[in-house]
Design a protein around this ligand. Structure first.
Ligand code: HEM
Length: 444
């Protein structure tokens, strides 16, 4: 099995802390398994769907979240679902799962539509000009998340909340070389230190918001707004600090991801006139016949397929990182105890063995009739197995509703000569933003 990471020690260290997805050479997109070593720890990349199923589903108990990922995320997200392990994770996942049922998610569709329409109106007022599509989509998904989490009812005020969230996410998005070298936790990570004060403020703000809502619900159980916070406060078996950690986790995991996928979708459509026309035709003919936004995900198959194809080409979470507890085996590859196992949507989604024309934008792969032919383990934007994204149906619904509202009356064009540089900063994003020209479109 070849080592497909063609970099020496320092090359790896600087690349992995600057832009981790650049470490992968072309062979990583051709081989079923790749074996390497980092600081004496074996690293095994699994591209084979059967191997993915084995490690993330059948033998999932043998794999825990990789210490490197935990070192980076746990100081920020603490006992939230993304960074919890063992009995704590099992208990909180079970408690929170009902909050993300399709019924509750559908209950948020009107808010998603309302915020997206307002946002599209704001962009329409800037028609003719340039916007940073990546930044704009972050503003939109942040607004949707704020409305679905808190109904805008935040202690202090929305403006300070937005600012401290930006600081918090800024400190989350950078991998410190000390983390890659496995340095002990007491050594300060310079890249995160700057964010310490705003992090404390951010946590305090969330805690005050939760306390206020708890008091409100105690006074008037049916009078509280119908949002994620109310659902969480009313969930049995979650302590105040667990609610706090999970709200922070939803903010960390639940809006930049969706924002990136929306921005990449706008970019991809700007490069594919026929696909764009097909989406516009669907929005012009079918959308006016639909009464409620909770139907859009199922009734706008082309818009959905475009969004799903964009999640294939640019999976916002490009890497699922685990550590093996006991020795294991996948195919003819031995996995020693302590090995790092990487399941990488970034590689699997563009793998030559798995996709026809892997680097091409072909939304029809995800149309009903075609998508059934895909292996469940070759398409993993939301992961798979017990740790699968709890917000997946929320994100899909949000993505399709936001796209429908934006593309109904607007067009976005990428006019740069060179394609955007793809960088990984927790999420996969266009380096330096995504310049797009906005123009109005008259529906047919
Ligand atoms: C987990 C992707 C949106 C909350 C995950 C995982 C992936 C992922 C790949 C699994 C990580 C692993 O196995 O190591 C995405 C993408 C999104 C998205 C691509 C948008 C396009 C959301 C939203 C929320 C959310 C909207 C919440 C509001 C979470 C949580 C986990 C998670 C809490 C941890 C689940 C657990 O370990 O039990 N997400 N996500 N995500 N996601 Fe998402």
């Amino acid at each position: 099995v070849p080592n497909a990471i063609p970099l020496g020690f320092f090359g790896f260290l600087t690349t992995a802390s600057r832009n981790p997805i650049e470490i992968w050479g072309t062979r990583a997109f051709k081989e079923p398994y790749i074996v390497g070593k980092w600081l004496g720890v074996p690293n095994i990349v699994i591209n084979d769907p059967a191997g993915v199923r084995h490690c993330l589903v059948e033998n999932a108990k043998n794999y825990v979240m990789q210490p490197l990922r935990q070192r980076i995320l746990r100081p920020l997200l603490r006992d939230g679902l993304l960074t919890a392990e063992g009995a704590l994770w099992r208990r909180t996942r079970k408690a929170i799962a009902p909050v993300f049922t399709p019924r509750h998610t559908a209950g948020f569709s009107e808010t998603m539509q309302d915020r997206s329409e307002r946002f599209a109106d704001g962009l329409a007022a800037r028609a003719g000009g340039m916007v940073d599509g990546s930044h704009e989509m972050t503003l939109l998904t942040f607004d949707i998340l704020q409305a679905t989490l808190f109904t805008d009812d935040i202690a202090d005020d929305g403006e300070t909340f937005a600012r401290s969230t930006r600081d918090f996410l800024g400190s989350m998005g950078r991998v410190d070389p000390l983390d890659l070298l496995g340095a002990p936790a007491f050594l300060p990570r310079l890249r995160r230190m700057r964010g310490r004060k705003s992090m404390d403020y951010f946590r305090g703000l969330i805690a005050r918001t939760i306390t206020r809502r708890r008091e409100q619900i105690a006074r008037d159980p049916d009078g509280a707004p119908n949002d994620l916070l109310t659902l969480l406060v009313k969930t049995d078996g979650l302590s105040a600090s667990e609610i706090e950690d999970n709200i922070i986790t939803f903010i960390g995991a639940g809006h930049e991801t969706t924002a990136r996928s929306l921005a990449w979708t706008l970019y991809l459509l700007s490069q594919a006139p026929a696909e764009r026309a097909a989406v516009e035709a669907e929005l012009d003919t079918i959308l006016p016949t639909l009464s409620h936004p909770s139907e859009w995900l199922e009734r706008l198959p082309y818009t959905r397929a475009v969004f799903e194809e964009s999640l294939r080409l640019y999976p916002p979470a490009p890497s699922l990182n685990r550590t093996a507890l006991a020795p294991d085996r996948v195919g003819d590859v031995a996995i020693p105890a302590g090995a790092t196992v990487l399941v990488m949507p970034w590689l699997i989604h563009r793998h030559e063995m798995l996709w026809d024309r892997p680097d091409h934008f072909i939304p029809s792969r995800f149309l009903p009739g075609n998508r059934e032919a895909l292996d469940r383990y070759q398409y993993l934007p939301f992961g798979v197995g017990p740790r699968v994204c709890i917000g997946a149906s929320f994100a899909l619904m949000e993505g399709v509703i936001a796209l429908a509202c934006l593309l109904r009356g607007l067009r976005f064009d990428y006019e740069e000569a060179a394609p955007p540089e793809v960088v990984q900063r927790i999420t996969v994003q266009p380096n330096g933003g995504l310049p797009l020209r906005v123009s109005r479109r008259t529906p047919a």
